[in-house]
Design a protein around this ligand. Structure first.
Ligand SMILES: [Zn+2]
Length: 427
């Protein structure tokens, strides 16, 4: 199957944006040039569109989509203990499947083609990924201690064996350790061993709140970063979610390691966790991507919103509007995100030989015109709803904002049935 995308403004995230054509064969980009004359099975006229790599969401809990809007404006501990955990305790595999599917189509419809995820009933998340066509890195969350932790480690290994590289290679499975405050040293070590056994990455929440830092300091006499470093975690490639409260000493440890940070600005603001100084992290040479976190704390999985907020937060933090540029933000949502997930050889830019994960953004809209700078237009003016076409692995998933193979209405109904079954207004 060959697809030609014709005459769009191509932001390949390598060179300068230019009008070009892109030729896709099966799952890969095989040519990017002006006026490609070769025939294709399908040609998309992109004359009024921006064409760019699919966005990469580095941190999510897609099974939480049914929590959207359920427990807003609560303190973090109340949010978890009174609102989220009591419901999660009752959820069944099917509920997580439908919830994940809703999150997957929300992402695909707002331009995200790859995401990183940690939750439970991950086989059902994988099933939702298989059916919707999205790409992602997933893992069964490991936490707790003793037999409880061992049970989760077994489930994590089972998920790897069943789903790693499945769905034409779109699904990657890695090791997920929940956080320093939920994983004692022996569990962290078992997680590292599992990651070494299968040579896969590790995802972990890190220094999301000041309280987490204080608790770990009290228990182990060191910061969460030092705690994990002493256990040898950073000998593996790690995706570190949040990293809001990192000291100079922590950054000194992390800067030479093969780790990436998922900055999740809206979740950090909404839960009042704090502001990660990503301008500083990037100056030190750390790789920073963007993520949404789950819909329970972020409400939408629209990476265009995350891009705007990420930029504005830094401007306020540094009291300097020029401290971060629109182009850098777009890099974080694409190629830098790919590096965070260790997938930069496959995705994150539009280049010959890379996977055809491509989005087209309709620029013929009042809120996007006139265009002085295409990066500014996409970061500060565009919203997820402006994405017109989404291609993953060379397959058109959405065109003219219509999903090709998924019955959206049916799925929304199903999720509302789950809502009726479990959720009562809490406070
Ligand atoms: Zn999270």
């Amino acid at each position: 199957m060959k697809i030609k995308i014709k005459n769009g403004i191509v932001l390949d995230m390598v060179g300068v944006p230019e009008r070009k054509d892109i030729l896709i064969e099966n799952d890969k980009i095989i040519q990017i040039d002006k006026n490609i004359t070769k025939e294709a099975d399908e040609t998309i006229d992109a004359s009024y569109q921006a064409v760019m790599p699919g966005l990469i969401n580095c941190h999510n809990h897609v099974g939480m989509s049914i929590f959207r809007g359920y427990s807003d404006d609560l303190e973090l501990q109340d949010w978890l203990q009174k609102a989220i955990w009591p419901i999660e305790d009752n959820l069944k595999a099917d509920d997580v499947y439908y919830s994940s599917k809703l999150g997957c189509i929300e992402m695909l419809k707002s331009g995200t083609t790859t995401f990183s995820d940690m939750y439970f009933f991950m086989e059902d998340v994988a099933k939702a990924m298989e059916e919707t066509g999205i790409r992602g890195m997933i893992g069964r969350t490991i936490l707790s201690e003793g037999k409880e932790a061992d049970k989760r480690i077994q489930e994590a290994e089972k998920l790897y064996k069943e789903y790693h590289n499945k769905a034409e290679g779109r699904i990657k499975v890695n090791v997920v350790l929940h956080a320093p405050y939920t994983c004692p040293p022996d569990v962290i070590k078992k997680g590292i061993a599992l990651s070494e056994k299968y040579n896969v990455d590790i995802q972990i929440h890190l220094s999301e709140t000041e309280k987490e830092n204080e608790d770990i300091q009290k228990e182990y006499g060191k910061s969460p970063t030092q705690y994990l470093n002493d256990l040898g975690l950073f000998s593996r490639h790690c995706v570190l979610a949040h990293g809001v409260h990192l000291s100079e000493k922590d950054l000194e440890i992390l800067k030479d390691k093969n780790v990436g940070i998922s900055h999740n600005p809206i979740s950090n603001l909404k839960l009042a966790s704090g502001i990660a100084d990503i301008v500083k992290y990037r100056k030190l040479g750390l790789t920073v991507g963007l993520g949404t976190d789950g819909s329970g704390s972020t409400n939408t999985l629209d990476m265009f919103e995350e891009m705007k907020v990420a930029s504005y937060m830094q401007k306020v933090l540094h009291k300097k509007a020029s401290c971060i540029q629109a182009k850098e933000i777009l890099e974080m949502a694409t190629i830098e995100g790919a590096k965070v997930l260790g997938l930069e050889k496959e995705i994150g830019t539009l280049e010959v030989g890379k996977k055809a994960d491509i989005i087209l953004i309709n620029l013929q809209k009042p809120h996007l015109q006139p265009i002085h700078d295409i990066y500014s237009c996409l970061v500060y003016s565009a919203i997820g709803q402006d994405v017109d076409t989404t291609i993953v692995d060379g397959k058109i998933i959405m065109q003219n904002r219509e999903l090709k193979e998924i019955d959206e209405k049916d799925l929304i109904e199903k999720c509302n049935e789950i809502k009726e079954q479990y959720f009562k207004k809490i406070v």
